[in-house]
Write a new protein. Sequence first.
Length: 367
Amino acid sequence: MDVRPYDALLLVSFGGPEKPEDVVPFLENVTRGRGISRERLEEVGQHYFLFGGRSPINDQNRSFLDALRADLTEHGVDIPVYWGNRNWAPYLADTVAQMEADGVTRAAVFTTSAYSSYSSCRQYRENLYDAVSAAPGAPEPFVVDKLRHYYNHPGFTEPVADAVLAALHDLPEDVRAEARLVFVTHSIPTAMNDSSGPPSAGGGAYRAQHLDVAAVVAERVAAETGVQHEHELVFCSRSGSPQVPWLEPDVNDRLEELAAAGTRAVVLVPVGFVSDHMEVVYDLDTEALATCERLGLAARRAATPGDDARFVATVRDLLLERAAVERGEEVARAAVGSIGPLWDRCPVGCCPNLRDGSRPALCGEVS
Ligand SMILES: CC1=C(CCC(=O)O)c2cc3nc(cc4[nH]c(cc5[nH]c(cc1n2)c(C)c5CCC(=O)O)c(CCC(=O)O)c4C)C(CCC(=O)O)=C3C
Ligand SMILES: [Fe+2]
């Protein structure tokens, strides 16, 4: 398979602690300059300590990498795959230095973050800039291209839909047909949501993209089961100061309302997360499921895509698609839902950094 002009693929992720001593320095990395209170940090630290100081995210990425390398080999795509994190080892800067030492000339980047917003897109692009400009061959040791957003790629939505079907099937039969599909994603400040996406689209891309995926998944589920389950989008993992508005409702608050209004069963669908991050194993599996238990709601949490073969193959599809684009060839771009495939290079002003708009970022249009 022709992957020219690329000679490397780079997986970029968030990173997480792996032992108790890592937790505080990890949290300091994440929150440097972000104005998160001491109390919130201690609270989030407790979530990590509850799991032995080890986030699931790095192991998830290791198994994703294994599956990805096997998929590429099996399909005759000969390209080395690297891995670097924004907030914990292996750090992006070290990986970029290694790639340069290995003679990489042009790398395609896949991030473990599917949607538009400053936190889920531009911040990754800023960190790529920082890593590349710290490399020995700076300012441009090699060219970096971020693969397009994949939240609406069928290789992402199909595993989610299957996971919802499996979760429904696992609910007691007497409440299964009335179960509500509660799609959950990471809350962000409303100002970050309002400015997400390209300025020309008027903002709100983060929320709109999630609603689009939720509708696609709910429709697939209805087609399979013959039951039109009600669905909605809620949020988890709010932080920041209480005076700053973040996207609502919080999953636990909403579960209270639903139970009070007579709902008897829910499927929690962590559509904002590509694998079982701490938000999934703590905020949903620990906290939200305890809320359901207390309220007498029958509940299941749907699996995340993780290393599902279709999600792994999405990386190969996007890599080959972009390689063809860069060679000047016509390509078909897989996408479901009503928004359609997004751009290869983020438009100017997309998902702005509202704290420091002067920070440079890679992988965007220059003008
Ligand atoms: C949109 C979004 C995603 C999804 C996109 C993506 O995947 O990137 C995401 C992912 C993640 N967030 C993570 C962890 C944390 N996020 C924090 C803080 C924050 N997240 C924010 C947003 C997001 N975060 C925001 C607006 C803040 C406030 C501070 C700021 O403006 O930057 C804090 C500080 C404590 C706190 O405030 O809660 C922690 C520890 C982990 C690792 C989990 C693990 O270990 O498995 C992952 C995958
Ligand atoms: Fe976060």
